[in-house]
Ligand binder design. Structure first.
Ligand code: LX5
Length: 646
């Protein structure tokens, strides 16, 4: 008795707390614009080993000694001796190819036990019993030829345990000419962790002398079986996002620190022995094994379209090509486009066909540079015009995107489209959900090519990372980005595409945080922001339905779209505040009495991390719905409600 009185008193006392703030939202039944099919997609560049050591399936690091200085310890990165060999990187003559001048010189002394070389991979190697690995390398004997073929053992082994998980043998013929050896490795058991190495060894006493090795490779099965393709678990995590486009190859990594170090498409296609690699913009060598053709074939496999950048005459170190010297660079860009879409009667199209893809790839968007607001003067005075005027004449159906700050300085010819970037605080994203509302409807369209809430400290955005910088996206950063993303749907008549950046990063070998997906050589971690992207992209509508505008100083943001088939309203609600908030949606027509809710929620600073990879994931359940749909959004949450029209 006493306890029930107490309960009633407690209930009365807590009632005001339960009734959260209410916002009345009227949804218009007449759509204002279709949602473009390109809206949600991916921005990619090789940063934080997102390409080499990440998406690109190759497992060996420094596989071909590209762009290293022979004779240095650094040139031996990821390599070490097994047994008694002596290793050094040399500039070999003959070289494997003119693009690959360097090789690994391995000397076996007399009386050596089992000896050879090992590679530690990209910070470990995952060894899975279900996979067949294809290993290969080039070899030659520069001086003393063995009297007969040698039997080399190629294996995958625990780095500290010494356990051999897989091994195979391959004959090394006595030859002074570069020769390729290939062997398939089928692990008997999976390794318990990624602390594994790849080894090439000779039995005790098998050989005394020197062998040169180079252009190694170790590939697990790739996503979709693509030759020289992508790591399956990372590609699958990206496919789950149902992305529509893929921006490549940068980002800063397009530009080079110097003009000579820029990304050059023609150095990234053809046999791996024809790719010199380059010093990337993020502090490590890019193998360019993940080249333009690999990107395009994979983009097609994934059902995406490319948004491809061309170099715009500016290197990150500050050098710009003078106007009267731009012609060869414009021609290189023209050839890049021709490789992608030219008919097979052109040299570029014929090269594409020779690699296995006679049909042109579906290219519509070409981005001229990256962040050319870093040198707006030369972009405005000649670089933009020189590239666009020449290339638009050759390819009138392409849309060229400008990358300087929107209309500042104004460009001529007037860009049809712009790529706009924003790295900011969660607060900025919530306060700017109406960012595109005031943009002119004059045919100009926008690509939000990079955006992310990166720090809770406004002073930290453009300065050195300090106290507020996020290591992994948080619930707060994800729901704040979602508030901004509501604005992409509302303004999808001018915003045709949007992508979070950066997309991928190795958990320890990174130059930037936070990132959408983090990985090591064995696992992939889906961040809170990944799940926000997933919720938007997997719950697209065909048309946008205007509704009462949210207050940009408030915490509750929403977007209502209509799906044609099967007919449904899809309502997205982001609550960026610290208390629950109710939206009462007055829908324009009758709906089913129940609908499906997908919700991401949690503590503001909660993240998915290597130790808590699934702390925050979207949860689904059925909820009661109706034409007057009252929905209480928990603090720090993103919700998607799908309700069928009746
Ligand atoms: C940013 C901008 C990281 C990047 C650039 C991209 O996603 O590479 O386009 O880097 S920044 O701010 O250091 O220039």
């Amino acid at each position: 008795m006493v306890s029930s009185v107490l309960l009633a008193l407690l209930a009365a006392a807590s009632a005001p707390l339960l009734s959260s703030a209410q916002t009345q939202i009227t949804v218009n039944g007449t759509s204002s614009h279709p949602i473009p099919s390109t809206l949600w997609g991916l921005m990619f560049e090789d940063i934080s080993h997102s390409g080499d050591g990440g998406l690109y399936g190759e497992l060996l690091q420094n596989r071909a000694f590209q762009q290293v200085t022979p004779g240095t310890t650094a040139a031996l990165n990821a390599w070490s001796a097994v047994g008694n060999t002596t290793l050094s990187v040399i500039a070999d003559s003959p070289a494997i190819s003119s693009s690959l001048p360097n090789a690994l010189s391995v000397t076996f002394p007399s009386g050596a036990p089992r000896s050879g070389v090992q590679n530690s991979g990209y910070f470990g190697i995952a060894v899975r019993a279900s996979s067949t690995y294809t290993a290969s390398f080039f070899y030659r004997f520069p001086s003393t030829l063995p009297s007969a073929a040698l039997t080399a053992t190629v294996s995958l082994a625990g780095a500290s345990s010494g356990t051999t998980f897989a091994s195979g043998t391959v004959a090394l013929r006595p030859t002074a000419q570069w020769t390729q050896a290939t062997v398939a490795l089928r692990p008997r058991t999976s390794a318990p962790d990624i602390n594994n190495v790849f080894e090439v060894t000779l039995a005790a006493g098998a050989f005394v002398g020197t062998v040169h090795l180079g252009m190694f490779s170790l590939f697990p099965p790739t996503f979709g079986g693509q030759a020289n393709g992508m790591r399956a678990d990372i590609a699958q995590a990206l496919l789950d996002l149902k992305p529509s486009f893929f921006r490549l190859p940068g980002g800063n990594n397009l530009e080079g620190q110097t003009i000579a170090q820029r990304w050059q498409w023609n150095n990234t296609v053809g046999p791996l022995t024809a790719r010199p690699g380059r010093v990337g913009d993020w502090g490590y060598v890019n193998t360019d094994g993940l080249g333009l053709y690999e990107y395009l074939v994979w983009i097609e496999l994934m059902g995406m379209v490319p948004i491809m950048a061309i170099w715009s005459g500016f290197a990150l170190g500050g050098a710009a090509v003078p106007a009267n010297q731009l012609a060869p660079y414009i021609e290189q860009s023209r050839q890049q486009i021709e490789f992608v879409i030219g008919s097979t009667s052109t040299p570029g199209g014929a090269l594409r066909a020779s690699l296995g893809h006679p049909a042109p790839f579906p290219l519509l968007y070409v981005e001229v540079g990256n962040e050319d607001f870093l040198q707006p003067s030369t972009y405005q005075s000649y670089r933009w015009a020189a590239f666009v005027n020449a290339l638009q004449a050759d390819y009138p159906n392409l849309r060229f995107l400008a990358t300087s700050s929107f209309n500042s300085p104004a460009l001529s010819p007037k860009p049809q489209s712009w790529d706009i970037h924003v790295y900011q605080t969660p607060t900025w994203f919530t306060q700017n959900s109406a960012f595109y509302d005031s943009f002119a409807r004059d045919g100009t369209t926008f690509f939000e090519g990079e955006y992310a809430a990166i720090s809770t400290n406004p002073n930290d955005i453009f300065g050195a990372p300090s106290s507020g910088r996020l290591v992994y996206p948080t619930v707060q950063s994800a729901v704040s980005e979602a508030a901004f993303m509501m604005g992409f749907e509302r303004n999808a008549d001018v915003v045709f595409a949007a992508s979070y950046a950066p997309l991928l990063a190795h958990v320890t070998q990174n130059q930037w945080t936070p990132n959408l997906l983090s990985f090591d050589s064995g696992t992939v971690i889906k961040s809170t922001s990944y799940w926000a992207q997933w919720m938007f992209s997997n719950n697209r509508g065909d048309v946008y339905l205007p509704s009462t505008l949210a207050s940009t100083s408030g915490a509750l943001f929403w977007s209502v779209v209509q799906r044609v088939s099967p007919p449904a309203f899809i309502i997205k609600v982001s609550n960026t505040g610290t208390s629950a908030s109710t939206g009462v949606f007055r829908l324009p027509s009758a709906v089913a009495s129940t609908g499906q809710l997908i919700q991401l929620a949690g503590a503001a600073n909660a993240s998915n991390t290597p130790t808590t990879p699934s702390a925050i994931t979207p949860q689904s359940r059925t909820i009661a719905t109706g034409q007057n749909l009252s929905f209480s959004a928990p603090a720090m949450s993103l919700s998607v409600i799908t309700v069928a029209l009746v």
